[in-house]
Structure formats: structure tokens, C-alpha cells
Design a protein around this ligand. Structure first.
Ligand SMILES: [Zn+2]
Length: 290
């Protein structure tokens, strides 16, 4: 007799098969991800039930207030106390989701990863084209002279890290509340979205600007959602999977490609290379004429 669990497993398998087919069909895939991609690496997210925003923090301020520009400027000591204890996970390792996406890029299918995460785990897994919308905890700089510092310098500092050259406050290269995102990153993300033929959105509840608005750049019937909880795009997306992103991507991205698939990937890469060359030639001509 078929049990409820069997039916559930059947639906699960069916959805993963659908995702496999889509990955097979499209050659210009973009992944847009959020905190849910890193929770399986032991980094808590912000908004879910046991996320950072809902934890009993023991801090006198709300986390959303602490991670803001004005709070950082006015209370750098409290900011760094919270930051070092709650936002830094220097020992976290990539999980199945990160590795599956890196594999998909190597297979010539995935063109870009747009991430809201600041933990560098995509790069650690081997991904090359990663757009870090909110910056990275690994890039730190002096607010006065601009000198750059590694994460270790911040971790090992007593309270507020100070520049060893000029004594200025060293700040993390992440975008705080009240600050604008870096234009070149937003531009690169929009460019990738406009060019892609399949957008996989994973591990984000799609509530944070600007990621929440990115879906406008692609037809909703070219969007796949993988997230544990529901999002506003669930019903209009082509495929919605409420499941563990590590499990889903690990199952849907093939370990190896067949000879036919490899041949296809080579052709796609050659076409892209030719288009790039044509564009470079045209740009050079324009420059000459203009
Ligand atoms: Zn300095």
C-alpha cells in the first residue's frame, strides 16, 4: 500500500526530475541565492524561526538596528561585539549546494551566481563568476586611508579594529542598512539576469531589496524557486520546490556529463567566445570612429 511518505517521496523525485530536465535544456542559467544557501554550512539566517533576528541575543539593541550605518558610526564597539559573535563564521565550509553550483558552472551551464551572502562560500567551493551583492566579510578597509585588511586582522583585534598605518577605524566591506549597494554589482547582476534563459532562485524568502525586485528582469515562466518556506513568486514560477537546497541541487546537477552533453557544452562555449570577439571588434571600431 502506498503511504503518505511514499507519495511525498514521489512528488519530491518528480520535482527533482523536472529540475534536471530544465538544467539540461537551458545553457545560460543564473542562480540568485540568499542566506538559506549557507544555513546548511552552519551559518544561521536572519529571518526564519531560529534566525538571528529572532534569537534571544542578549544585546541591548535589535540586530536590524545594530547592522546599520548610523549604529556603526555611533557605537562601533557594540557593533563589532555583535558582528564578531553573530555574523562571522570564518571556519564555515561550503555545503552540497555550493559544490553543485560550482560544478554547474564548470559544465558550462551556469553563467553567474548572484548572492546576498557575505561568507565567500561560493568561491571557496570553486565558483568563478560570483556577484556578491552585499559585499564580503573578507574585504575590510580603513575608513580614513583606505588600507585593506584581511578577516584575521578583524577577528584578532581587540574590540574595534584600528588601522595599523593611520589609526582609523577599519570597517567590513559589507553593505549595512541605510547604505547603498555598490552600483557596479547591481549593474552586473541585472546584466546577467537580462541575458539568462533560466533563473534558479534558492535559499531566499525574496523579501530583501534589491533581490526581491530582480524577478522583473526575467519571465516568470523561466524561474525556478528552491526554498524551505514560501515566497511571493511560488505560484507564478515554472517550478517551486520547498525542500533542502543542498539536497535538491546535489540531486539535480549531474556529477558528470555524457559525451553528447560535453559536445553540446563545447559548441555553446565556442558560440559565446565568437560573440564576445564580435562585440570586442565592434567596440574597438566604435571607439576608432567616435
Ligand atoms: Zn588607515
Amino acid at each position: 500500500m502506498e503511504t503518505r511518505l511514499d507519495r511525498y517521496e514521489g512528488v519530491r523525485e518528480n520535482k527533482i526530475n523536472q529540475l534536471k530536465e530544465l538544467i539540461d535544456k537551458y545553457d545560460n542559467i543564473v542562480f540568485l541565492g540568499g542566506a538559506g544557501v549557507s544555513t546548511e554550512s552552519g551559518i544561521p539566517d536572519f529571518r526564519s524561526g531560529d534566525g538571528i533576528y529572532n534569537q534571544e541575543s542578549g544585546f541591548a539593541y535589535r540586530p536590524v538596528d545594530i547592522i546599520s550605518h548610523s549604529f556603526f558610526v555611533e557605537h562601533p564597539e557594540e557593533f563589532y561585539d555583535f558582528y564578531k559573535r553573530k555574523l562571522l563564521y570564518p571556519d564555515a565550509k561550503p555545503n552540497k549546494a555550493h559544490y553543485a553550483l560550482a560544478r554547474l558552472e564548470r559544465q558550462g551551464k551556469l553563467m553567474a551566481i548572484i548572492t546576498q551572502n557575505i561568507d565567500r562560500l561560493h568561491q571557496d567551493a570553486g565558483s568563478k563568476n560570483t556577484i556578491e551583492l552585499h559585499g564580503s566579510v573578507f574585504r575590510n578597509y580603513c575608513m580614513d586611508c583606505g588600507k585593506k585588511f584581511k578577516l584575521d586582522y578583524v577577528v584578532e583585534s581587540d574590540k574595534v579594529p584600528r588601522c595599523d598605518k593611520c589609526g582609523g577605524i577599519v570597517r567590513p566591506g559589507i553593505t549595512l542598512y541605510e547604505e547603498n549597494l555598490e552600483h557596479d554589482k547591481v549593474d552586473a547582476a541585472i546584466k546577467a539576469l537580462k541575458k539568462c534563459d533560466l533563473l534558479i532562485i534558492g535559499g531566499t524568502s525574496l523579501t530583501v531589496y534589491p533581490a526581491a525586485t530582480f524577478s522583473q528582469f526575467i519571465k516568470h515562466d523561466r524561474i525556478v524557486i528552491i526554498n524551505k518556506s514560501s515566497t511571493y513568486l511560488d505560484l507564478s514560477a515554472m517550478l517551486t520546490i520547498h525542500d533542502s537546497i543542498g539536497y535538491v541541487l546535489e540531486s539535480a546537477v549531474p556529477k558528470r556529463r555524457s559525451p553528447e552533453q560535453l559536445e553540446h557544452a563545447r559548441k555553446v562555449a565556442a558560440k559565446r567566445e565568437a560573440a564576445k570577439k564580435r562585440k570586442a571588434t565592434m567596440d574597438a571600431r566604435k571607439e576608432k570612429e567616435g
